[in-house]
Design a protein around this ligand. Structure first.
Ligand SMILES: [Zn+2]
Length: 417
């Protein structure tokens, strides 16, 4: 089945976008017209924009939404999240991830990077939802052993071995304070052997930096560099507490930084990621929500506004993080590792139609409207790989997904049954 979107605005012009049988964009432009076999979507009153890419989340943590809010990071993790996670099974993760995917489709995300338990269940949920994701089981050996971590890594990869092409496997060591140097070094070399990306939390809190200096005599990114963990396939989530030397290391390695401004502010990490400094160093930067346990939303457009405002506020400079730049961060356009496509022939047909006939987006620049005035509710249509996952704001089967996720959250004691 091929698709033709007609009469949608792109860069101020009315265009038609046609998809190919393989789920890529076949043609796009003002002179393009639907072919007789195309399913036609009327794009009148809407603008065509690239899909958003959520560079860091723990999708199934939708089950934890509204549970143990308003606590410091380590108390939240150790006292509440980890004990509850010990009760999770694959079905819980499946339905939690389906709920996350429904919310992401609803708010315009087409691809995400996920670090969570039961990666096979996550992959199944991603495939069933129609989204794309890079998935990794969290690897932790604090309180365990290097040998167990290696086994867990291999089991996680096996669970993803039969996943469809919309799912990419990765190695996801949790953080330098939960994974030993020996294991981090092994993960770095395994990633190079297998050609797999690495995703890791890095420099989220000042405590992490202080402890790293005390234990290892270097800062977190220097440690990762020393252990062979930095490279063009490495994604560092957070990067709040970086110094200039660490930014140089990230830039020269080609690693990607993913900032999560809402989770950082909610967990009160006490500083802002420095977007202008990262871009000045030529670092690839993406945007993430982090999990719904610490955000609590997966609406990346809402987070794009937070990113812009936090940057301006902390730099005391309103010209920092302009809307068009922030939108490029949110669509993954400034971080090739994240895997975003562009709206050009041959790239994946992953795109959104946003309503410009709604009050939020009717006037002024589209970029400013999307970043400052909108939330994900302006997204009318979400298409991934040429497949319409949402049209007119409606997602097929969403009622069942919400009900099943609620059942699973009750099962593990996160909400009344
Ligand atoms: Zn995270």
């Amino acid at each position: 089945m091929t698709l033709a979107v007609t009469g949608a605005l792109l860069d101020g012009e009315s265009v038609c976008l046609r998809t190919a049988e393989d789920g890529t964009i076949a043609e796009i432009g003002p002179a393009v017209a639907p072919d007789g076999a195309d399913e036609v979507l009327d794009g009148a009153g809407m603008a065509l924009v690239p899909g958003l890419v959520n560079g860091h989340t723990h999708a199934a943590m939708t089950l934890f939404r509204g549970y143990a809010d308003d606590l410091p990071l380590m108390e939240w993790l150790e006292g509440h999240i980890w004990p509850a996670e010990a009760r999770l099974d694959a079905e819980d993760v499946y339905w939690g991830t389906r709920l996350a995917c429904a919310e992401m489709i609803r708010t315009g995300t087409v691809r995400f990077w996920d670090m969570y338990w039961e990666p096979g269940a996550t992959a199944r949920a991603v495939a069933d939802s129609g989204l794309r994701a890079t998935i990794g089981a969290p690897l932790i050996d604090a309180g365990s052993s290097h040998e167990k971590l290696k086994r867990a890594a291999e089991v996680g990869l096996e669970e993803l071995a039969d996943a469809p092409p919309s799912v990419i496997a990765s190695l996801a060591p949790h953080a330098i304070y939960t994974v030993s140097n020996e294991s981090l070094e092994w993960i770095g070399s395994r990633s190079r052997e297998l050609g797999l990306p690495i995703q890791i939390h890095a420099s989220e809190t000042e405590r992490e930096v202080i402890d790293c200096l005390e234990t290892h005599g270097v800062r977190p990114v220097e440690l990762l560099d020393r252990l062979g963990m930095l490279g063009p396939d490495t994604l560092l989530a957070h990067g709040v507490w970086l110094d200039e030397r660490e930014r140089e290391l990230i830039a020269s390695s080609g690693a990607t930084l993913v900032t999560n401004p809402v989770a950082n502010m909610k967990l009160a990490v006490g500083a802002a990621f420095d977007l202008p400094a990262a871009l000045r160093h030529g670092i690839s930067v993406g945007l993430g929500t982090d999990g719904a346990g610490s955000n609590n939303s997966l609406d990346l457009l809402a987070d794009a506004k937070h990113l812009a405002l936090l940057q301006k506020h902390s730099a005391a400079d309103a010209s920092v993080a302009p809307a068009a730049e922030v939108l490029r961060v949110a669509t993954g356009a400034l971080a090739p590792l994240l895997g975003a496509g562009r709206l050009v022939p041959g790239d994946p047909a992953d795109f959104l139609l946003v309503r410009t006939d709604r009050p939020e987006l009717g006037l002024g620049s589209l970029e400013a409207g999307l970043v400052y005035a909108s939330s994900g509710s302006v997204v009318d249509t979400t298409v991934v790989g040429g497949r319409v996952l949402m049209r007119g704001g409606a997602i097929e089967g969403v009622e069942e997904i919400v009900a099943r996720a609620a059942e699973r959250a009750a099962r593990i004691g996160l909400r009344p049954g």
